[in-house]
Design a protein around this ligand. Structure first.
Ligand code: TRP
Length: 332
């Protein structure tokens, strides 16, 4: 059976972009078609300046939201990265497999490090070695597929290179995984800046719909979305990204095509109104289930404990084999 691994980094509240771009597919398709692991990758949240209390809250919230969205612990494994030591153990071996140049070539590292330096801050070493930990996340589970947004493709490519290199040097140890990108239609853009992805770590929040936003907040953000000055309704992502984004969101919520939807509207106002209502309805059951889970914290604890146990049992033999393969004396 195909094994899938993916991760959510608890650096911000989960957004409609995370949901429509990734989580929705994990729930509807991936957890049923494969042996799937979904991980709150909390160690990755420590690669930039962080507030301990916030990381703790966001990790718990992300796990709760994944369950509220419909990940079913009876068919998939939901767990927190730091609960399974194998990630950090294998990350070190990945650092011994990768090169300094390889790490420095990562686009995300270059961008984030430059931003950090501009602000006069310092760059944590773990920001550079981040892809080693990400490779460990994936390889420890012998994952075949890694569903990620296209901003993570380069990291998965590096993971493949490291798996191949490790196998060549030390004997076959790891499955060589591949990235699978979700369909383009589910790519949700910022409502205020539709050329830029709706990301959870952005500072400006007016263009971001969070999964736990109150319905009125959702309506306000959608109604204030930036549109373009075209007169006729048309689906043209390249030239009219604002309207295309609304059409994409409405299409994703209603399971239709954005092009067909465009024909049914003659004003932006009507499109915004319907999109706002569709998003509110999409999020309603999720918010309700989230509230139920928050009222029963023991249930989330139990799911995460069992998820970590399952994950540990899967990862342990692979990481032990990797330790032995590189020449480390087995602990008896
Ligand atoms: N780097 C990913 C992101 O920023 C999160 C992540 C960490 C991840 N480890 C992973 C995703 C392993 C997929 C598989 O979104």
């Amino acid at each position: 059976m195909t094994r899938i691994f993916s991760g959510v980094k608890p650096t911000g509240h989960l957004t409609l972009g995370n949901y429509l771009g990734a989580v929705h597919r994990w729930v509807q398709v991936d957890q049923h078609r494969a042996d799937a692991l979904f991980c709150v990758v909390d160690l990755h949240a420590l690669t930039v300046e962080h507030d301990p209390g916030r990381v703790r809250r966001l990790s718990r919230q992300a796990a709760t939201l994944l369950l509220a969205a419909g990940l079913d612990p009876a068919v998939c494994t939901v767990f927190v990265q730091s609960h399974v030591d194998e990630h950090a153990r294998l990350s070190y071996l990945m650092e011994c497999t990768a090169t300094d140049g390889e790490m420095r070539r990562m686009i995300q590292y270059k961008e984030k490090a430059a931003r950090e330096q501009q602000r006069g801050g310092s760059v944590r070493l773990s920001l550079l070695t981040y892809p080693a930990l990400m490779a460990a996340d994936i390889l420890a589970y012998q994952a075949d597929e890694v569903p990620v947004g296209d901003d993570q493709t380069q990291h998965v490519e590096l993971t493949r290179d490291l798996a191949v290199r490790f196998n060549q040097r030390y004997g076959h140890t790891f499955t060589v995984p591949k990235a699978v990108n979700p369909s383009v239609a589910a790519r949700v853009m910022d409502l205020q800046d539709p050329t830029c992805k709706m990301g959870k770590s952005h500072a400006a929040t007016a263009g971001i719909v969070y999964l736990l936003d109150e319905p009125d907040v959702v309506r306000r953000k959608v109604m204030r979305a930036v549109t373009d000055s075209g007169i006729e309704m048309a689906y043209e992502p390249g030239t009219r990204p604002g309207v295309a984004n609304l059409l994409d969101i409405l299409a994703a919520c209603t399971g239709t095509s954005p092009r067909d939807l465009a024909e049914g509207y003659d004003s932006y106002g009507a499109l915004k109104k319907d999109t706002a209502e569709a998003v509110v309805e999409l999020l309603r059951p999720l918010r309700e289930r989230h509230a139920q889970l928050c009222a029963d914290p023991g249930e989330v604890d139990r799911v995460l404990r069992e998820g970590a146990e399952r994950a540990r049992a899967l990862a342990r033999p692979t990481v032990d084999a990797a330790y032995a393969a590189v020449g480390l004396l087995p602990a008896l």
